[in-house]
Design a protein around this ligand. Sequence first.
Ligand code: GLU
Length: 506
Amino acid sequence: MTEPGSGNVRVRFAPSPTGYLHIGGARTVLFNWLLARKSGGSFVLRIEDTDRTRHVDDSVQKILADLRWLGLTWDEGPEAGGDVGPYFQSERLPIYNEYLAKLLASGDAYYAMETPEELQAMREKARTEKRVLSYDRPNPLPTIEQGESARKDGRPVVVRFKMPGEDITVHDDILGDVTLASGQIEDFVIQKSDGFPTYHFACVVDDELMKITHVLRGQEHLMNTPKHVAMQRALGFATFHYAHMPVIFNMNGSKMSKRDKEKALKKGEPPPEIDVNDFRVAGYLPEAVVNFIALLGWNPGDEREHFSLDELVKTFTMERVGKTNAKFDREKLLAFNTNWAASLDFDRLFEAFCDYLSVATDIPQGVRDADEAKLRDALKACLGLRIFPDVVKKVGFVFAPDSDTEYDPKAVKKVLAKNDGAGFAMLELVSAKLETLADWSTSSIEQLIKDVCEEKEIKMGNVAQPLRVAVSGSTISPAIGETLVLLGKDSTLARIRKCLTIRDTQ
Ligand code: GLU
């Protein structure tokens, strides 16, 4: 793609409010945002809410929240304002009507009054004649007066754009010239019978009035572009830069889509993360998600893979956006997340962890209510984590009441009951020593365990594992010293006492 010069670049992201932001949509936003930031231009957010049948309540707020979570701020749009608003298409009907009137007057658009039955009959005829296009342009075309009076009579009247009978070539900055031969697109609806414009028409008018210079969107929109260019020509608008990005596929070669979730649920499998919010709730870091999606269709031209948003702004160029479809490798995303969790500054990691706790649905109450200092220590004890649920799994027990500890029978058998209850005996011995330990710190606890090991000529694990099972119920916890410090002396001793009561049941 021709790299935009500095200054006047204006790009936009134009979501339809039909739910959460899809990960593919996030990639579209990211590349547009990078283009704007790189060139010192503006990133516009426009809400394409003219299809009332697909509108989902709250989705605008959800999309804004997803963008904020990713760190992709917009210069103009909802809540930010701007000079070329309103930025909700549903508030721009008078503007569309003005341009619609122009197209009707110039004969580039016409009122169409076919009933649903007539349209269905056309489709059937086309099917039997094996034609792809079904709509037959009426001859003669209804006049403006006929259309308006039919509307007044309450008949369903739409406005259709009259496709010019010529080939349309669009230059795509990624794909090169894309030509659509004449006769490949039928006269399409630009205003529906409810008076709202269709996506195609509103998009063309708004891109012009919002002074957009580069449209960067998914390849699923490629065949819409000739329609848009035809309307631009009829309206006397200029055609700006277009670039269509590769489609994102699952590793098995199917297209990554929202329907993947339903399919998985039907098979009784856990639904895969598809929307940005799914990744947030699943405990991924926005840094990792952004870094990962940047590489879906773009590469820096060398081996580098770790990019923050700032580094992406420096490195990103449209020239390195490829044509080939991108594969969404979840293993790789997990590896990215693990790396990011290890490289982030601790305060930022903790902030992201708190965000996770606020959005995830299955966080135990004790963890939700935990005080900040203790939560910080818990997160520190879990460094090396892959995703945030790992932390809750590993230290969640610390925040539960002592009386809630449930013992995993397998762990009890293996670690405590085996060899005539050697683990239980070890617990008795160590708890007596812990009781007299004045300084309840990681180093003192570790020293105490070391001393026991030396005295008894045994390995660390013979002491640490029984303690771990006693206080957590399982064999999973952070390092034993850190675990006991997190729990505190009273809870540690109370849990060991509780554990010793199950000895007789073994
Ligand atoms: N509202 C359209 C969508 O969500 C925008 C497409 C475009 O970028 O032109 O798919």
